[in-house]
Design a protein around this ligand. Structure first.
Ligand code: PGA
Length: 232
């Protein structure tokens, strides 16, 4: 995996396939020249519909079994068969809204890697953990579940910075990324309110190997500016 990584996490957006196709097409054109690993994570149902040339597609989640009686779940081979090459596991919304445990997330990452998918494994502390000074301990515990593989990158996403417009400071990011790299040897992306206006500053932080972008990845022009800042 050469180069910095720019990943668009659309979450449960947009509302229709027509919008998804239009948005993906715009992003595909606007990012085509940037010397980055360019990844797009749309909702599952849009993956086979998006005919893009300059971005690699991934899924926002995956299940850990290959097939069988698991109503509502999607397996790693299914994702590969519709063109996904990457998957996100352990996003804080899955941890905290859906209630996924570290053990479940580990199993998902292992199954995805075994099937040949590349993985973005998300970690990050909640506000109460940071305020209590437990942030390194919380992330260290989450990291103890991460399968180390050259096909896996970590995304550090402090929960208090996701979708809040409040990004972590360069110092907070630098020290946590150094901590994660020291323990895993893996690449580390930053995620949490990355926007056009702060991307330049965040892209200069040592140990930032890329961005995982939520809200701003639904705005093609803004997303391109983030990509330009990351490409340097
Ligand atoms: P945000 O989301 O950029 O909207 O804060 C980031 C993420 O959840 O991956």
């Amino acid at each position: 995996m050469e180069g910095r990584i720019l990943a668009a996490n659309w979450k449960m957006n947009p509302a229709t396939k027509e919008e998804a196709i239009r948005l993906a097409g715009e992003i595909d054109d606007l990012l085509s020249e940037l010397p980055l690993v360019r990844l797009l994570f749309p909702p599952f149902v849009y993956i086979p519909l998006l005919k893009i040339r300059n971005l690699t597609l991934g899924a926002q989640d995956v299940f850990y079994e290959e097939k069988g009686a698991f109503t509502g779940e999607i397996s790693p081979p299914m994702l590969l068969s519709v063109g996904a090459k990457w998957v996100i596991v352990g996003h804080s919304e899955r941890r905290n809204v859906i209630g996924e445990s570290d053990e479940v997330i580990r199993r998902k990452a292992e199954a995805a890697l075994k099937a040949g998918l590349k993985v973005i494994y998300c970690v990050g502390e909640k506000l109460e953990d940071r305020e209590a000074g437990r942030h390194f301990a919380v992330v260290e515990n989450q990291l103890s579940y991460v399968p180390v593989s050259e096909d896996l990158v970590v995304a550090y996403e402090p929960v208090w910075a996701i979708g809040t417009g409040r990004n972590a400071s360069p110092e907070q990011i630098e020290e946590m990324h150094a901590f994660i790299k020291e323990r895993t040897g893996l690449k580390v992306l930053y995620g949490g309110s990355v926007k056009a206006h702060n991307a330049g500053e965040l892209a200069r932080v040592p140990n930032v190997d890329g961005f995982l972008v939520g809200g701003a990845s639904l705005k093609p022009e803004e997303f391109r500016k983030i990509g330009e800042a990351l490409a340097g």
